[in-house]
Design a protein around this ligand. Structure first.
Ligand SMILES: [Zn+2]
Length: 149
């Protein structure tokens, strides 16, 4: 498993799915032990990920264990309405560019907080994707917009 230390070092020993630290010394057989996840594939048909898409995950978080698509949760500390699926949004922006409304908030402060959290989260989730956020008033709410730079 020499690959594990390479992927772990690149991801700073942090799980790409739950954003919590991974102990490099933990047993690879324990749920919180390190494992290499295949990361997000760019196509549903892709059986094998492109090189460089492997990510560090806790063994329990690793999506290889099931057929489910990877889920990166929004922080429970945020006040957001209709938050977009983070992995799918990042994948689309990385592929097509442009901008997407990723959540709605009832106050500008909530939207600013969500924007700051999202930028920080994406800096680890998708370090190769340059994004900016924007908060736009609309319909009595505040829209959180994510834009590929
Ligand atoms: Zn995890």
């Amino acid at each position: 498993m020499s690959n594990l230390s390479t992927v772990g070092d690149r991801d700073s020993w942090r799980c790409w799915l739950c954003d919590e630290p991974v102990d490099p010394g933990a047993s690879v057989n324990s749920d919180l032990g390190p494992s290499v996840d295949l990361g997000a594939t760019t196509s549903k048909k892709a059986k094998k990920p492109a090189a460089g898409t492997e990510r560090l995950a806790h063994r329990a978080c690793n999506t290889r264990k099931g057929a489910v698509a990877p889920v990166v949760p929004w922080s429970p500390d945020l006040f957001v309405v209709d938050p977009a699926p983070i992995v799918a949004t990042v994948e689309r922006l990385g592929r097509k560019g442009g901008r997407e409304v990723v959540a709605r908030c009832s106050s500008r402060a909530d939207a600013d907080q969500a924007a700051a959290w999202l930028v920080d989260r994406l800096s680890r989730l998708a370090p190769g994707l340059a994004v900016t956020t924007q908060v736009e008033p609309g319909g009595g709410q505040f829209l959180l917009v994510l834009r590929a730079a």
